[in-house]
Design a protein. Structure first.
Length: 380
């Protein structure tokens, strides 16, 4: 997001955009036609693995007596919750398996193990974020909350606390997401199945968050009897580990340097080619191995996810090379780097945005402040 102001269109001629869209549509068509039983078996095997990890983690916490079993139980439970939220929940809620006609894998009936209501998430994430990706004024990921996360967002004094707020928000990310999804009522141009009054939204959000807190922080500790305190601390540790990882995945896939922010005018008569180009230039990929792909819910192929959100995520790896080749041939920026590189880039970007804009006045005030500060140190 290096632009000083939002852009309105991708820098491609209309005929190039039509060819660009046709090639991406062809990739999606061929990948969709190949879907079948292997995709269902893959997801069901993940569900079985997730449940086994959760049972193992709970047993270690309930019956283990040493600190080692407690720590192992907490990490195992965190892994189970990560799988449930990212590779299973996030992708099922996108409707990636609705075609299988399995009620347990249907986006409208699935509920996940996190404080965020699945139905509200489908509105805020699937509909708002994926429809208006990186459109300033429409995509809430560019302006919501106490952080300054995009250049067009006006700087306010509290934004200097951005680095500190990042540290606070990371372990609390599921509650931050719960608040963010509840902050918008499902009205206006939302799909019919996601519409609700603000009162209904608040009631649903509070009910889901309370149910999650009661399960992990009250019920299971009480079932531990005399070890209730230890189970409470271990459960809390598992939640914090999961939350920090989800926060990191969100940072590295949404906020690295160099992504494009668009003006609302881009939505006027936007063609499919322009929509595709906006999705690619506004998102970023992460290179890595199979385990990283699974534990991140395939956010490692975030570009492919934004292009084809209803395609099962396990297919992204096989289409990624095709998508990249098409993008490079048409001159559409395709951002990808290792996890450490993308994380460092995202942190640099957000830290820079937390500082006052680099105007002459701001430079003078910062220089004056530094002179006063250094003079006080020298006197001491």
């Amino acid at each position: 997001m290096s632009q000083s102001s939002p852009v309105t269109r991708a820098p491609l001629a209309e005929e190039d955009l039509e060819a660009f869209a046709a090639e991406l549509d062809d990739i999606l068509r061929r990948a969709s036609e190949a879907l079948g039983d292997p995709d269902i078996r893959y997801l069901r095997s993940l569900v079985r693995t997730q449940r086994a990890l959760e049972i193992l983690g709970r047993c270690l916490l309930q019956f283990g007596r040493s600190r080692l079993t407690g720590a192992t139980g907490a990490v195992t439970l965190a892994a189970a919750k990560t799988l449930d939220n990212l590779e299973i929940g996030h992708n099922v809620l996108h409707g990636q398996y609705d075609w299988a006609k399995d009620p347990h894998l249907n986006s409208r009936s699935f509920e996940w193990d996190v404080a965020v209501s699945a139905r509200l998430w489908r509105y805020q994430h699937n509909f708002v974020h994926h429809t208006y990706t990186n459109v300033y004024g429409r995509d809430e990921n560019l302006s919501t909350g106490p952080l300054r996360v995009s250049t067009p967002q006006p700087w306010r004094r509290h934004h200097v606390l951005g680095p500190l707020l990042l540290l606070i928000m990371a372990p609390l990310s599921e509650w931050v997401l719960a608040l963010q999804t509840a902050a918008e009522s499902c009205q206006g141009n939302a799909p019919e199945d996601l519409r609700a009054t603000r009162e209904d939204v608040i009631r649903e959000a509070v009910r889901k968050a309370a149910r999650q807190a009661a399960k992990d922080l009250v019920l299971f500790p009480l079932l531990s009897g005399r070890r209730a305190r230890r189970t409470f601390l271990a459960n809390t540790t598992a939640l914090l580990l999961r939350n920090v990882w989800i926060f990191v995945v969100a940072l590295i896939s949404h906020y690295p340097e160099g992504l494009t922010v668009y003006d609302e005018e881009v939505l006027e008569n936007e063609t499919r080619g322009q929509w595709y180009a906006r999705q690619v230039s506004g998102t970023a990929n992460i290179s890595g191995g199979r385990l990283l792909h699974i534990l991140s819910g395939h956010h490692t192929q975030h570009i492919e996810h934004h292009l084809f959100p209803s395609l099962p995520a396990s297919r992204y790896q096989e289409v990624a090379s095709q998508v990249r080749e098409v993008c490079e041939r048409h001159g559409v920026p395709y951002a990808t780097a290792s996890l450490p590189s993308q994380l460092a880039s995202a942190l640099r970007h957000l830290f820079a945005l937390s500082l006052p804009p680099r105007t002459a006045t701001c430079r003078e005030s910062r220089t004056s402040w530094l002179l006063i500060w250094s003079s006080r140190i020298s006197k001491n």
